[in-house]
Design a protein around this ligand. Structure first.
Ligand code: ADP
Ligand code: MG
Length: 234
């Protein structure tokens, strides 16, 4: 059985995330080498891509509820992190890769906020708090997980920090990241790769994900949404 949370517990974890972010300050762990990366100046909107995955539970319904809960929780981060959820990919299922266990469910989301107010480490802290609140354990590398939240891209920033590498170093090997990313941000430019990232999907060794239909999945690509990551030339 997956770990289920009562609404009150959900509220508690969001409060915990808010307190933690407050402790870190508006810029998270500021002044640490490599964390701010190379970002656009001023209050220009910046977009962040987060990948979601789950493969623990007695059936895929548990994994699905973990991911749906995570998306709802990401919406709740807007007041503290300044990041608004602007797009949610379709849901995908894939066989485990480099690990064992039940099939995975995966999706990616895009978040957006003013570049000068965003803090990558504060987002990582918040994502890890959300993982923990769903009972995430790390007995060994690539172990089955209730909830995995990875930062794939943070605008055009390149970050090399002990806790955080962006772009995510293994994202381009993962069809379960590339396919949903292609669905919501087909024109995005990958730092250092431009549009060539799309070719990676043809060469990956990880199993191709299969789209999971479902009226209750909160896929969302609003009309007003234009991918800012695509707007820079490399
Ligand atoms: P994985 O997602 O690779 O299976 P984990 O979720 O257990 O592994 O994360 C392991 C560590 O990876 C985390 O403690 C985190 O500090 C680090 N990490 C480095 N870069 C990133 C990133 N872009 N997104 C999320 N975690 C990252
Ligand atoms: Mg992870």
């Amino acid at each position: 059985m997956g770990v289920r949370m009562a609404p009150a517990a959900d509220a508690a974890i969001l409060t915990q995330v808010a307190l933690m972010v407050d402790v870190n300050g508006a810029n998270g762990v500021s002044g640490m080498s490599g964390v701010s990366g190379t970002s656009a100046a001023g209050a220009e909107p910046e977009q962040v891509v987060v990948a979601l995955g789950s493969n623990l539970g007695s059936d895929l319904g548990d994994a699905r509820s973990h991911l749906a809960w995570a998306i709802q929780s990401l919406r709740g981060l807007q007041p503290t992190l300044g990041l608004q959820l602007v797009a949610v990919s379709p849901l995908y299922r894939s066989a485990p890769w480099q690990t064992e266990g039940p099939d995975f469910l995966n999706a990616v989301v895009a978040l957006e906020g003013p570049a000068d107010a965003l803090a990558p480490l504060a987002l990582l802290d918040a994502l890890q708090a959300l993982e923990l609140s769903r009972g995430r354990q790390r007995p060994y590398r690539y172990a089955p997980r209730t909830l995995d939240l990875d930062i794939i891209l943070f605008g055009h920033r390149v970050i090399d920090h002990a806790r955080l590498q962006v772009p995510h170093p293994r994202a381009l090997e993962r069809a379960f990241v590339l396919q949903p990313l292609l669905d919501i941000l087909p024109d995005l430019h990958w730092p250092g790769l431009g549009g060539a990232w799309q070719q990676c999907l043809r060469r990956v060794q990880s199993p191709l994900p299969v789209r999971v239909e479902g009226a209750d999945w909160p896929s969302r690509q609003p009309d007003r949404y234009t991918p800012k990551i695509a707007s820079k030339n490399f």
